[in-house]
Design a protein around this ligand. Structure first.
Ligand SMILES: [Cu+2]
Length: 403
């Protein structure tokens, strides 16, 4: 190459580099702003609301802190070297080059040892946090079974510890605050994943296995979650919530759940609805005490691993509806059960209080697979039962009494 290559103007390069850098920083700030906004983005992992989530958060802060230092050190070093050894306009190719260094074993050992040591330190913190989380789940006094179903979540409580569940609910897991609760996660069909980011990390629900994690909530609140393992057709419509209640509200909730189903008064629309229910719905859905065990239809044969016909409260593949209206949402947490809530009542009282969402419940009964994609022909989800408007009216009247 000729010794006097014409000098290029660097101004344009500097401008482009500056703009790109600013765009990158701006983008990063935008992402950071969004993922820490727990109101509009409730699945943020950066706003822990309980002891377990805080342990994970502390760990991730440490990891990101160290990663940040490494970033600053490496990027700073790179920029310094780029600047220090940049090509100058009077540089001559092949001359004036920096001293070439090769084969300095002390240097090479050092820059191998530093990253290895850093990773080893991080691994120690990681493993000890994992053990810590695991031992909380092991030692928790209270436990709830969580069962993933295509495409909703079932929760079973054994409040009197007789080995049989006595409360079965769906989609909204209710726990007392300031209490370590072990959740034992299983699946009735395919692999799902249970994830309430405000309270803990993810844990897969694997058929034939039971995985355990602990949930702990500092204060009353409703914490959002979403199935995070692709589980077929309506995976995206498989949400769940944890509702943490104060000790007294939790006791009130338990008492209500343990009570029998509300009996509609004779001669009311709801009573007629109950008759329709017994004919058209009870083969799949459980109302505690109504359906004789084992009367499920063949196509919805309950899985014996998960109680099946052994226990009269379990209906196998469909949610238990005994206290339907004690939840906030239905069908995998997708649709609100209340049109409007009583503003005076806190969202975290034992029982939601407001005007029942008759419209969407009616729509659901009119054509469930239209509201949420389901494979009812393969015993997954609720089929269209071709109900008449008259039946739908009666059923909605009945369902909305199930507090
Ligand atoms: Cu799922």
């Amino acid at each position: 190459m000729a010794a006097n290559t014409p000098r290029r103007s660097h101004t344009r390069d500097y401008v482009i580099a500056t703009v790109l850098t600013l765009l990158m920083i701006g983008g990063m700030l935008l992402i950071l702003h969004n993922i820490t906004d727990a109101v509009n983005h409730p699945l943020t992992t950066l706003k822990p609301r309980g002891e377990e989530a805080r342990k994970i958060d502390d760990l991730s802060r440490l990891v990101f802190g160290i990663a940040g230092l490494v970033f600053v050190f490496v990027e700073g070093g790179t920029l310094f070297l780029v600047y220090r050894f940049r090509r100058r306009h009077d540089d001559v190719d092949g001359e004036d080059e920096p001293v070439q260094v090769h084969g300095r074993s002390v240097l090479e050992w050092t820059w191998t040892a530093i990253p290895a040591l850093t990773l080893a330190i991080l691994a120690a913190f990681n493993v000890s946090t994992l053990w810590d989380l695991e031992s909380d789940a092991e030692q928790a006094k209270m436990s709830v079974e969580v069962i993933g179903q295509q495409w909703w979540w079932e929760f079973r409580y054994d409040t009197n510890n007789d080995g049989k569940p006595d409360i079965i609910t769906a989609n909204q897991l209710v726990i007392p605050t300031k209490t370590m609760v072990a959740v034992k996660i299983a699946s009735n069909d395919v692999i799902h994943s249970f994830w309430i980011p405000a309270l803990n990390g993810k844990k897969d629900a694997v058929p034939g296995r039971v995985h355990r994690i602990a949930l702990h909530a500092d204060e009353p609140g409703v914490f959002e979650g979403q199935c995070t393992e692709y589980c077929g057709l309506s995976h995206g419509y498989m949400r769940m919530q944890v509702k943490a209640l104060s000790a007294s509200d939790y006791d009130a909730w338990v008492e209500n759940q343990l009570s029998g189903p509300v009996e509609p008064k004779d001669g009311t629309l709801a009573a007629e609805g109950k008759t329709v229910f017994d004919q058209k719905c009870a083969s799949c859905h459980q109302i505690n005490g109504y359906t004789p065990a084992g009367e499920q239809t063949d196509s919805h044969e309950p899985n014996p691993d998960y109680g099946g016909a052994e226990h009269p409260l379990i209906s196998g593949n469909a949610p238990n509806l005994t206290h339907l209206m004690s939840r906030d949402h239905f069908a995998g947490g997708m649709f609100p059960l209340y049109d409007s809530y009583d503003e005076a009542a806190p969202k975290t009282s034992a029982m939601p209080d407001g005007v029942a969402n008759q419209g969407e419940l009616g729509d659901w009964l009119r054509d469930p697979p239209n509201k949420k994609p389901m494979a009812a022909d393969r015993a997954r989800g609720m089929p269209n039962l071709n109900l008449s408007e008259d039946e739908i009216g009666k059923l909605v009247a009945y369902l909305t009494t199930l507090k």
